[in-house]
Design a protein around this ligand. Structure first.
Ligand SMILES: Nc1ncnc2c1ncn2[C@@H]1O[C@H](COP(=O)(O)OP(=O)(O)O)[C@@H](O)[C@H]1O
Ligand SMILES: [Mg+2]
Length: 243
């Protein structure tokens, strides 16, 4: 059985930069299998965020294809794209982007409401999710009452609440110290494994790479497979962080 949940096929994307065309993604292809978390590393400006936003249907491609759950996504159907974004994709960003005047529980309630899912039927799942993120005791707290790590735990819970099959995280640990980063990414990696989701994390944080099944390196809009989970790959992975 083909277990690919997300497939990016020969995607090209350019932006107009004055008179020039800036090619930000150059025939990029990538597959993420069920139960896998992959990392994308690489210098600033190499196209990582653009790639994630294309995978998350926030931007359209110039050329190439996006397949989600074995279905090719039409780039022009905005209604379908927003339905897939809401139900099939969970996003996590560097900043938690929590709504300041909602409690932890209400942040999740709002997402359920947008997806037209009744609160009563999902209340228990919300509690379970907050529990598994270690923040159930914070459910009546507001964002300003939480630490940076706790806010990211809420952001992760929020990204999972609609049970999406794909999780896209753009530098989710960039504002955390490295011991917190590992702890929090472990929670996400566990959810991805346990519930057979597919995840991509863009990161500069080498401490979280051991949690990832595959590592890709992006430079100048091109992507290379760098390492899998084998021991022999690790030296090579290390070397890119030292350059
Ligand atoms: N909407 C846009 N318009 C013009 N240029 C953009 C736009 N988005 C990104 N870029 C450019 O594309 C390149 C890649 O950006 P980005 O995907 O954010 O890289 P990364 O996340 O790897 O730092 C950069 O040169 C950036 O300035
Ligand atoms: Mg970026």
């Amino acid at each position: 059985m083909n277990a690919t949940l997300l497939e990016i096929n020969h995607v090209t994307k350019s932006f107009k930069d004055g008179e020039h065309n800036l090619t930000v993604l150059n025939k990029v292809s990538l597959k993420v299998e069920r139960g896998n978390l992959i990392a994308i590393v690489g210098p600033s400006g190499s196209g990582k965020t653009t790639l994630l936003s294309i995978a998350g249907l926030l931007q359209s491609v110039d050329e190439g294809e996006i397949w989600i759950n074995k279905k090719q996504i039409s780039q022009n159907n905005e209604i379908e794209k927003s339905r897939i974004r809401l139900n099939e994709i969970g996003f996590i960003f560097q900043q938690s982007n929590l709504i300041p005047y909602l409690t932890v529980e209400e942040q999740l309630k709002l997402v359920l409401k947008l997806a037209k899912k009744p609160w009563e039927q999902h209340k228990l799942y919300v509690a379970e999710l907050l529990e598994s993120m270690g923040i159930l005791h914070k459910k009546f707290h507001f964002p300003h009452q939480l630490s940076g790590g706790q806010k990211q735990r809420v952001a992760i819970a929020r990204s999972l609440i609609n049970n999406p099959s794909i999780i896209l995280a753009d530098e989710p640990t960039a504002s955390l110290d490295s011991s917190r980063s590992f702890e929090i990414m472990s929670l996400l990696a566990n959810e991805i494994k346990k519930n057979q989701k597919a995840g991509i994390v863009v990161t500069h944080d080498e401490t979280i790479l051991p949690l990832c099944d595959q590592i890709y390196y992006m430079k100048d809009g091109r992507i290379d497979h760098l390492a899998g989970k084998q021991e022999s790959d690790k030296a090579e992975t290390k070397s890119i962080f030292l350059t």
